[in-house]
Design a protein around this ligand. Structure first.
Ligand SMILES: Nc1nc2c(c(=O)[nH]1)N(C=O)[C@@H](CNc1ccc(C(=O)N[C@@H](CCC(=O)O)C(=O)O)cc1)CN2
Ligand SMILES: Nc1ncnc2c1ncn2[C@@H]1O[C@H](COP(=O)(O)OP(=O)(O)OP(=O)(O)O)[C@@H](O)[C@H]1O
Length: 209
């Protein structure tokens, strides 16, 4: 039997499978009020603006908040004035399970992807290779402080950044964003999980490496 999770998330032990934890944590983040979401996004923006791992970053991938995810938008608004170029993930049209990254400006045209999440239209020449990003802010469904992470379950980030393990020199900084209520005592780590440099919540920055 898996080790039961303890505070701050304490489901029944029989729920401790990846998919059950994912379901519970997605529900939890969707239950946050709009006011709480707004406040958390603003607080997280301050932590991101002060984050040493992003000091020299010029090309940063983000996401459009969906399903109760903590919203990077207030950070974007502030960081754009510092000359940072942002990118959004686009589901790869034929490399199944992979994503590409397209520039995200105020004039980027967005269309819903097959999950209903708005994304830029795929435009090969516009894409920036994943290895040429300085940092990636990725949405977490759950996290622990040993580097365990849980996403939406599609393995999109895991596949797209699998090269990080083979060529760490080429690796962008991978930083997970989440609400503090998405922290669990311990997540089952899978061999394909990509290692995160850190996690930022509305409350604080966790440096993992
Ligand atoms: N904001 C945001 N954008 C993102 C991601 C993300 O996690 N958040 N992704 C990170 O991977 C990619 C999309 N991945 C996703 C994977 C699964 C589901 C999802 O809702 N699955 C449904 C059922 C699937 C279906 O409709 O076929 C579910 O689990 O209920 C959504 C997005 C790219 N863009
Ligand atoms: N590098 C990889 N190559 C092939 N398949 C992979 C790779 N990484 C993950 N997968 C597959 O993706 C599926 C989803 O994995 P997992 O449940 O860990 O998703 P996740 O970490 O929640 O998603 P995401 O990476 O999109 O945030 C698994 O079935 C796994 O086998």
């Amino acid at each position: 039997m898996r080790t039961p999770l303890t505070a701050p998330f304490d489901p029944h032990p029989e729920q401790s499978s990846r998919s059950a934890i994912r379901k519970a944590l997605r529900h939890r983040r969707r239950s946050l009020s709009q006011a709480q979401q707004k406040k958390s996004a603003a607080q997280m923006a301050q932590h991101l603006l002060a984050s040493p791992s992003l000091y020299r970053a010029r090309h940063i991938a983000v996401y459009l908040a969906n399903d109760g995810e903590i919203d990077p938008a207030p950070y974007l608004r502030a960081a754009r004035s510092r000359g940072i170029q942002f990118y959004l993930p686009v589901l790869h049209p034929f490399r199944d399970g992979h994503m590409v990254f397209t520039p995200f400006t105020e004039s980027t045209i967005l269309r819903p992807n097959r999950f209903g999440i708005p994304e830029p239209v795929f435009d090969g020449p516009e894409n920036r290779p994943a290895w040429a990003l300085d940092a990636v802010l990725l949405p977490l469904v759950g996290f622990d402080l040993d580097g365990g992470r849980l996403g939406m379950g599609g393995g999109f980030y895991d596949r797209t950044f699998a090269f990080v393990r083979r060529t760490p020199r080429l690796a962008p900084k991978l930083i997970g964003l989440a609400h503090e209520i998405q922290r669990v005592a311990r997540l089952p780590i899978e061999p394909w999980d990509i290692p995160l440099q850190g996690i930022v919540t509305e409350q604080r920055r966790y440096d993992l490496q």
